[in-house]
Design a protein around this ligand. Structure first.
Ligand SMILES: NC(=O)c1ccc[n+]([C@@H]2O[C@H](COP(=O)([O-])OP(=O)(O)OC[C@H]3O[C@@H](n4cnc5c(N)ncnc54)[C@H](O)[C@@H]3O)[C@@H](O)[C@H]2O)c1
Length: 363
């Protein structure tokens, strides 16, 4: 038996804000998973399982800690009675994923007894959730055939569109994108639904994607959509709104230098490339609709599944993203801070004020 050696990973330091971090190990199936529970102040922690070939355990841990913290804020701002959690499974899903691994993972999630609910994320799909659910009661995002909410990108796109309408109202006085030019970077699951909402609202749409078939399928459905070769070309073109719908870090110093858009509002998580850039956006006169505020439609969709999924009820709740985005802008004006800071303040206030009520004794 080889003994453990001390390493420079300080879990308690990295996760100083977190309630619980669980390491799950099953050598027979190759399962190596980390579940990070940031907060259960508002309810059980909910967040997807990311299945990804991390270069190191440390990278996986840092991702789980950051993502779970983000989920606490997203759920709080969306008005859900849920806390923030996230899980990562370390490895290449195309090689490692199996029924037995997923079911082993399900048994670990079950052992948390409802403190953490899992769902889909990068590298996991509704079918995987069905496998996990065979061992575990705390799973959402299952297939429609198994009573699940199905593809969460439908309401994610709808919510982003609602947030964009609120931003348009703030900048141009009317909650519509009619007559505006919107650049959508990434027309995958969310981006292509967003294009539909924009076209229906009367916007001109410019798209780009590294995956050519995705662009072709959008252009086949909407021939009036203009395609450009790269995100660099998109951000440098004449835009009223820029909607990052691909990867994180979309708003960098380089992008800010060339961006003509007056609004940034898209689905991608963690759009701001570094702290402080929210202030630069404001100085450049660009209104930023905070990512986790406007992209919470998918979380709303899978959270609804916990009550027995109703698309109408979930959509109604996602319509509320319009009002929530307005509240963020109003607080930003009142406090004299960028919207990204205002969103954090609203989420923290709700965690504090509503979370406190759970300390009341009820028989
Ligand atoms: N699906 C959801 O419900 C949901 C919810 C909240 C947030 N998000 C976030 O929204 C974003 C999009 O999610 P999705 O589910 O549509 O993912 P997806 O993988 O279906 O789509 C992403 C698209 O971006 C393209 N892309 C990747 N790199 C690119 C680049 N450098 N330039 C241009 N295009 C590029 C991909 O080819 C793909 O078509 C992600 O950041 C995701 O984390 C998604």
């Amino acid at each position: 038996m080889s003994g453990a050696t001390s390493a420079d990973v300080d879990v308690f330091g990295l996760g100083a804000e977190h309630e619980q971090v669980v390491f799950c190990n099953d050598p027979a199936t190759g399962l190596k998973a980390i579940v990070a529970i940031h907060s259960t102040a508002l309810g059980p922690a909910l967040g997807g399982t990311r299945f990804y070939p991390y270069a190191s355990t440390n990278d996986a841990l840092v991702d789980a800690l950051n993502l779970s913290r983000g989920m606490s804020y997203k759920a709080a701002l969306a008005g859900l009675d849920l806390g923030g959690g996230k899980a990562v499974i370390i490895g290449d899903p195309t090689r490692l994923k199996s029924e037995s691994l997923l079911r082993a993972y399900g048994r670990f999630v079950q052992s948390l007894n409802g403190r953490y609910f899992t769902a889909c994320d990068v590298g996991t799909y509704s079918e995987d959730m069905d496998h996990i659910a065979r061992e575990c009661d705390f799973v959402t995002g299952r297939t429609v055939a198994h009573g699940g909410a199905g593809d969460s990108s439908v309401l994610t796109a709808y919510g982003v569109f609602q947030g964009m309408r609120a931003a348009a109202e703030q900048v141009w006085g009317e909650p519509t994108l009619a007559g505006r030019t919107v650049g959508v970077a990434g027309v995958g699951k969310v981006g292509r639904h967003l294009v539909r909402h924009l076209i229906e609202d009367g916007a001109s749409v410019v798209v780009t994607d590294v995956h050519a078939p995705s662009v072709e399928s959008v252009r086949a459905a909407y021939p009036q959509v203009v395609a450009v070769a790269s995100t660099d070309e998109l951000v440098a073109s004449e835009l009223d709104v820029y909607a990052p719908c691909a990867l994180g870090g979309a708003i960098s110093d380089e992008v800010l230098e060339v961006l003509s858009a007056k609004i940034v509002c898209g689905a991608a998580n963690n759009q701001l490339a570094h702290p402080g850039i929210e202030k630069q956006l404001e100085e450049r006169g660009i209104l930023y609709a905070p990512d986790y505020c406007v992209n919470s439609g998918g979380l709303i969709q899978v959270a609804d599944e916990l009550e027995g999924f109703s698309f109408e009820r979930a959509q109604q709740r996602a319509t509320g993203i319009f009002d929530t985005t307005r509240r963020v802008f109003a607080l930003a004006r009142a406090d004299g801070v960028p919207p990204a800071i205002a969103a954090d303040r609203l989420a923290e206030r709700r965690m504090r004020e509503v979370g406190r009520l759970r300390g009341f004794y009820l028989r």
